[in-house]
Design a binder for this molecule. Sequence first.
Ligand SMILES: C[S@@+](CC[C@H](N)C(=O)[O-])C[C@H]1O[C@@H](n2cnc3c(N)ncnc32)[C@H](O)[C@@H]1O
Length: 199
Amino acid sequence: MPPIVNDAEGYFRRLVPAADPLLAELEAEAAAEGIPIVGPLVGALLEILAAGAERVLELGAATGYATIHLARGCRGRVTALEHSAPLAERARGNLARAGVAERAEVVCAEALSWLGECRTAFDFVFFDIEKADYAAALNACKSLVPPGGLLVADNTAFPEADSFNRAVHGDPAWKAVSLLSFLPGHSPEKDGLCIARRR
Ligand SMILES: C[S@@+](CC[C@H](N)C(=O)[O-])C[C@H]1O[C@@H](n2cnc3c(N)ncnc32)[C@H](O)[C@@H]1O
């Protein structure tokens, strides 16, 4: 097999989709303030994967950057959970600026407690909270995500995500793939992503 391109990271960095002015502003703010957002490549991936979803749930909204991508990509509504009240308020403002406030709400809540009380089904769920909480969130999502629904978990190369990784690959309720990926503009740029379909 011939070798791959020289400077593969530089090559793929040039293929990252360009951000619109609002998303570019949120990327710059996140970099300046040390807020870990998914960045343009995973943002675009979320838009692609959420296409067709009617009910989207995001765990961990921060400033609403990924929420905007999800709202743009899906067919229906996004519910995004954020336990920091100032960040939740900021995310609401950014959703309004992006013109998606009608289809995306930010709920200021602790994700695991909220999931424990939730009785709504979601056909797309995105995990981006503390990695140590992913396994418990997965357990809660088993009854909330119907067969065919999609789960995407960010930052799965962190050791704290190990219990989640073992659970999602060990439970026949999910068909999962875990990717170690180069993700330009993501925090960090080399990280794991898990994509799982509810069986
Ligand atoms: C990595 S940031 C989210 C970034 C966002 N998804 C994006 O890419 O634009 C994680 C966020 O989750 C929030 N968070 C962490 N643990 C949480 C929990 N248990 N419940 C709700 N929010 C939580 C943090 O306050 C933080 O704003």
